[in-house]
Every structure is written in structure tokens, then in C-alpha cells.
Design a protein around this ligand. Structure first.
Ligand code: ADP
Ligand code: ASP
Ligand code: MG
Length: 418
């Protein structure tokens, strides 16, 4: 069972969570619980790091931001004990959750937790702080924002759980963010492949890596709400959204429990920033010079456009990076100005990426043109486009995000009929 930030925000909420956990344990289950920091806490800690040092050392950043989950894991264990349950916390370094790669976006390599499993078998509820791990050299690491979902899936895989329930502040995965589109529809099920794509383009209900890991390890994943009363349907009745394999989805469709749609969901992402390098030499190796230093610094580049040269021999290169990496990217590029040979560097954080996702588009034409038409009818300008087999994304002005999502939700016939 995993509980997100809003579910853990304050002692009252944590008591609610403890009741849900106790009910599952009382049903005869061995339970491991993964928790997030209280809502807003991680942002607060990130800001402290920024204030302390704008170009902060990611290893020390991890020391600071991992603390939010330490607090909530201890508090939940205490609350469970107050309800008469046996419970204890297992911090990242105690289990241990071994991670590799960069600080602040570490990847879980292994969880080998025989002691925790033994304690669960002895009837003790295991409470695990999400988001945190330990590096090969023994330092605290964190898994990137939203990483507690991935912690939960990794723990579920490690203890060979029957199911991994992700409790959050909405009762499932919807056709789009239900906070933006009131007519968004809850999906009974969504395939791993589509959920992976939706998450990677901004549907923050599950961290992308958690879905990839669940798919790889065959973890059964359910998204459901922790904001329910004592009379709520048990999680075992699958009241939320199940993430399923293609075969399971085919069965659901055959039984008439799911409908096939061209587009399954729409997501938006306001966390990217645009960088334009002007007057880059139009010759072999020029773009390699730009992107190599960014790759070496583990900065992910998403959309890339190289304009046709205005003047002979020169071109503008536009691309997006996570907003959190913008300052570092800009500094790195300035450093390499001589090698790359650009004229100006222009940045813009006021952009958003809107994506439509669906396996249906593998075999149907016209999904992209419907998108472009619907946006143009509302006067929304498209600054860049990218596609994959099951996704079309466009970059637009950030101010038009909500409008674009609503317009597209209607255009693809996803609005709920009331
Ligand atoms: P938690 O703190 O529990 O991890 P998050 O805030 O990370 O919760 O994720 C839940 C939020 O994801 C919801 O409140 C909702 O606004 C947002 N969201 C975005 N896209 C979707 C979607 N397609 N379906 C459901 N929720 C979505
Ligand atoms: N607390 C972390 C964050 O806000 C991890 C998580 O909640 O999943 O990103
Ligand atoms: Mg989350």
C-alpha cells in the first residue's frame, strides 16, 4: 500500500491512513506501507536548498529532501501502534534500497530485505519511507519527484506482493487530469504501455519509472483513493483503476467492460523549458556539440527542432529541458559557447507540452490532424510537435494549457455524458 503526500498531510490524515492499513491487515494480509512526505513538504525542502546554494550539490540536496519521508514513516508507525497494531519503520539505508546513477534522480537497483520480510511474517506492519535509497558509496539518494510510487512498486516486487495499491487524492486514473476537466472519465483499466506513455508526458498520478518497473516485474498495480469513509468498498474489490497487460485489456473489451478508444488519455506538462540557440553553424557535428555536455550532466532533452538556416551556413536549434535543469543547462552551454559557436541563447519557461496518448493510433490515421485542427479552431499556436507510436505532443504557450486540454478532451469524444 502506498500513500501520497495529500493522504499523509497531518496527523489527522495519517490516522485515516492507519485505519485503512489496519483494515487490510485485519483481513489477513501481510502489509508493507510506503509513504510520501506531507503535501508541500518536499517543495519546501527543495526551496531551502535553492536558497542555500542556487547551483546545489545534488548529494546534499538528497540529504535534505529525503527527510520529509523519514518524518511520515515514523509518524505512521507511531499511529498504527496507537491503534494496537504492531508496526515499525524501515528507512532506505536499513532495508536497504540500493540505488545507482545520479543523485536526485537515482534508480533502484535492488531491494534485498530479508529482515523486513521476516518481521512482516511475524505480523509486524512494515512502514517504508518512499523516495529514498542509498548509493553504492553509502550516501542517501532520492529517486526524482514523485518517486515514492517507484519505491512502492519496487517494494511490492521485492516482497512478491499480490498487489500494489497506490492510494492518492483521486479515485483512479482518468482520461485527463480531473482537476482540469470536470468531465474527465475514470478508467476501469489502462494498459501498462499507455500508462507509461501518459506518465512520461506529465500525468503525474504515477511516476513514469513506477509503471515501467511494474510492467517489467509483473506487479499488479491499482490506483485508488485514500479519501474514503469507513463504509468504502474494500481495495480487494478493485474500486480504483487497474493497470493491466494488453491481454487483460482484450478480455475486458470482449466482456464489454471497457470500450476501445482512439485516444485513451490526454496529459499536460508545465515543467519543461525551451532553449533556443541562434546562429549555430549548419555543419556536421554542430548538434553533437550542443547535446553531449547536457547528456554528460544527465540533463534530459525532450523536443528538438532544428530550423532551416535563415542565412547560408547557420541555423537556429530549439529544444526543451526540465525547468529544474534550466539554470544548469544554460551555464553548461555558455561554457561551451566557443565550441558550439552559437550567437545568442534564449530561454522561455512559459511553455507547456500537451500530449494525446492511445494504442488506437497505431492502426488509425488522423489522430494528429484532429489535434492540430481543434487547437487552431481556438487560436492556439503550436510551437513544436513530436510523436511516438502511441502519442502526439505539441508545445504551446503555458497560459493556454487548460483550454487546450479541454478542447482536445472534447475533440476526441472523451467527455463524460451526464
Ligand atoms: P500523490 O501525492 O498521492 O502521489 P500526485 O499529486 O502525485 O498524488 O498525483 C495525483 C494527482 O494527479 C491528482 O490529484 C490529479 O490532479 C493528477 N492527475 C494528472 N493526470 C491525471 C489523470 N489522468 N488521472 C488522475 N489524476 C491525474
Ligand atoms: N515527496 C516526494 C515528492 O514530492 C516523493 C513523492 O511524494 O512521491 O516528489
Ligand atoms: Mg505522486
Amino acid at each position: 500500500m502506498k500513500f501520497g503526500g495529500t493522504s499523509m498531510a497531518g496527523t489527522e490524515r495519517i490516522r485515516r491512513v492507519a485505519n485503512i492499513v489496519r483494515a487490510q491487515a485485519a483481513g489477513g494480509n501481510e502489509v508493507a506501507v510506503v509513504v510520501s512526505a506531507m503535501a508541500g513538504e518536499t517543495d519546501r525542502l527543495v526551496n531551502f536548498c535553492r536558497e542555500a546554494n542556487a547551483l546545489y550539490d545534488p548529494a546534499e540536496y538528497d540529504v535534505v529532501v529525503a527527510s520529509g519521508e523519514q518524518v511520515t514513516s515514523g509518524l505512521l508507525a507511531l499511529t498504527l501502534q496507537s491503534l494496537g497494531c504492531k508496526a515499525r519503520s524501515w528507512l532506505g539505508w536499513q532495508m536497504p534500497v540500493k540505488t545507482v546513477e545520479a543523485h536526485a534522480k537515482a534508480r533502484i537497483e535492488s531491494i534485498d530485505a530479508p529482515e523486513m520480510v521476516a518481521s512482516m511474517e511475524a505480523g509486524e506492519i512494515a512502514v517504508v519511507p518512499g523516495f529514498q535509497g542509498i548509493s553504492e558509496d553509502g550516501r542517501v539518494t532520492t529517486l526524482g519527484r514523485g518517486g515514492s510510487d517507484t519505491s512502492a512498486v519496487a517494494v511490492a516486487a521485492a516482497v512478491k506482493a499480490d498487489r500494489c495499491d497506490i492510494y492518492t487524492d483521486v479515485d483512479g486514473v482518468y482520461t485527463t487530469d480531473p482537476r482540469i476537466v470536470a468531465k474527465a472519465r475514470k478508467l476501469k483499466a489502462v494498459t501498462y504501455e499507455e500508462m507509461l506513455e501518459l506518465a512520461s508526458v506529465g500525468a503525474k498520478v504515477l511516476q513514469t519509472r513506477s509503471v515501467g518497473l511494474a510492467m517489467k516485474e509483473g506487479v499488479r498495480l491499482q490506483v485508488l483513493s485514500s479519501f474514503v469513509g469507513d463504509d468504502a468498498v474494500s481495495a480487494d474489490e478493485l474500486p480504483g483503476t487497474m493497470i493491466v497487460s494488453d491481454e487483460e485489456m482484450d478480455e475486458l473489451v470482449e466482456k464489454g467492460l471497457m470500450e476501445r478508444q482512439l485516444v485513451t488519455g490526454i496529459a499536460h506538462d508545465k515543467n519543461e523549458a525551451k532553449i533556443i540557440l541562434t546562429r549555430v553553424p549548419d555543419k556536421p557535428g554542430a548538434v553533437a556539440h550542443i547535446f553531449e555536455p547536457l547528456a554528460d550532466a544527465s540533463i534530459n532533452v525532450d523536443m528538438i527542432i532544428q530550423n532551416v538556416g535563415r542565412d547560408k551556413g547557420e541555423t537556429d536549434v530549439t529544444f526543451t529541458v526540465p525547468q529544474a535543469d534550466l539554470a544548469r543547462a544554460q551555464a553548461l552551454l555558455e561554457d561551451k559557447r566557443e565550441d558550439i559557436g552559437f550567437n545568442r541563447i534564449i530561454t522561455d519557461s512559459q511553455i507547456a507540452k500537451i500530449s494525446v496518448v492511445g494504442v488506437g493510433m497505431k492502426s488509425h490515421a488522423g489522430v494528429a490532424s484532429t489535434m492540430f485542427r481543434a487547437l487552431s479552431d481556438r487560436g492556439i499556436n503550436i510551437q513544436a510537435i513530436s510523436t511516438s507510436e502511441i502519442k502526439v505532443s505539441v508545445m504551446i504557450d503555458e497560459d493556454e494549457t487548460e483550454l487546450a486540454v479541454r478542447v482536445l478532451h472534447t475533440a476526441y469524444g472523451l467527455d463524460a455524458v451526464d
